[in-house]
Ligand binder design. Sequence first.
Ligand SMILES: [Zn+2]
Length: 255
Amino acid sequence: MRTLSILSTTAAALAILYGAVMLITPSAGAQGRFVAAYPVPADSVFLGAQQSYMRQRTLEGLAAQMNGLFLLPRDITLELAECGKAKALYPAEPPVVRLCYELLTVLADELLNPKDPEGLEMNEAFFYLWLHGIGHALIRELRLPVDMPPEEAADQFVVWAVGSARPGDVAGALPGVTWVHSLIPSWDAPDSLDPDPTAERFQKTICLLYGAHPRNWGYVADRGHLGARSPAECVGESRRVRARWAEMLAPHLRR
Ligand SMILES: [Zn+2]
């Protein structure tokens, strides 16, 4: 098992999603913040990773970006932790987005290699996992009126976030989804007996992300990775999805 501590994941590598967000004083009832947490893992094999992420202030960087965007009714913790299983968790009380070291270890074993000394592929996967988890938490905490299964909704949040950013800043988002899906198809449904419980959702997410920045990811269409959907369909559907999310999120955004 490769040690996670060699990761060069930094706040910057998580993509500077939003260059110019005007800050306002949060109104009463919107005093929450995203906050970072790195509980000490019991298994010493994860200690190096915990120290490394803490030193790089990885989660603080992500929290700062999200705090620049959203008004929250209460705090949401972004946490890296030992869980006993390769998965991500989203406890509701108190609200936490938790990525497990076990999950990152599976990804690192596959993605960290001498051909990619910067850990770029690992960062791409990491970026997608966090946005997806933050999507879960925001849907719940902001009581967003989503009318689809929660996993699909969390992925649509990723599409909105990526679509709102400059294409170059989020170029890794689509490959990130692909890494996570192809390496650990059951990461979001660890108890599923289906060998690939997220296959259909994955296809949809790829289509919607492609549709958000088709020039960024032209190769996806060229290589036939959009499945049954045409590039034009993905662009149109992505636009509709992002417009719907922009409308849902508008009351909760800082301006
Ligand atoms: Zn999920």
